[in-house]
Design a protein around this ligand. Sequence first.
Ligand code: CP3
Length: 321
Amino acid sequence: MRQAGRYLPEYRRVREGVSFLEMIRDVERSVTVTLQPVDLLGVEAAILFSDIFTPIPGLGVEVDFRPGPVVAHPLRSRDDVRALRVEDPRKTVPFVFEIVRRLRAALAGPEIPLLGFAGAPFTLAAYLVEGAGSRSFSQAKRLLHREPEVMRELLELLTAMTVDYLEAQIEAGAEAVQLFDTWAGLLSREEYREWALPAHAEIARRVARTGAPLILYVNDGAHVVDLMLESGAPVLSLDWRCDVGAAARLAGPRASLQGNLDPCALSAPSAEIARRVRAIAEAARPARGHVLNLGHGCLPDTPVEGVRAFVEAAKALGANA
Ligand code: CP3
């Protein structure tokens, strides 16, 4: 969950003088900022520094970040979708796998697991159709209602791209991969079943063959936890709104959970952060396992001291288990 980023002065220093687009293509800088949270905060796993939009230019789509992803020519028709090309990500975005290989080597000594990641097809489609972030993604939802077959074609193409992209990260040394469906929470249960679940299930099935665990995150997805389980993903990552106890009872021995402290709660005093961490771990007990994490990424105004208190509280739990 956004371990690196603008809340860390050390990140801001490395980011100085380069655009975000340059930053994610810069092997040296990306390796440095991925390792910063391990060295500075003592986290017990590292997540590749990149973005869910990194592989999108490989489809032939022009992308910029201001600061979220912005698409020069949003997709609106069947012809727009048919013009996209799915090529081998090892050829279109080779720097990603170079970063993963370098990180794997750097993290082998301290035995820190490295997570790769990708955006889920529905979230990528939402940005590609809308053109940029939005509160309601009404253009994307309009396409889904007016021309469902065009949306389906786009989602199938993005599913194929995402499978290739995650497999290539695993091959380069990622030990687990997380799939971020940031906007699937905008869907009703019925819509989630139709527009998000098929991609989650296909990606879970293909990643399972590699042996690397897939962690499925649906932002604002408390209403679809039982459907997320149907995807077959072995780990479900919960946002901070989700009741961990209820999700853990649904998951039981079928899946592990990850999450879910509100990143804003990192502004609380350390003792309060520790109390909340213990409460989350306790609530997660009925699930097969639990990876303590935040319920979303750190924000630019997240206090570093709060992140440190969170990491210490998490490690104290491990010591007492
Ligand atoms: O923890 C890490 O360091 C991993 C790297 C990571 C980034 N983005 C780097 C980033 C990850 C896992 C992401 C995922 C991502 N990106 C998601 C899914 C998770 C989520 O937040 O819901 C989404 C929707 C995006 C798209 C995106 N990228 C947005 C909306 C923004 C701007 C606003 C924001 O949240 O910061 C970005 C830019 C971005 N991606 C930054 C970072 C560190 C900030 C860029 C900067 O330095 O200016």
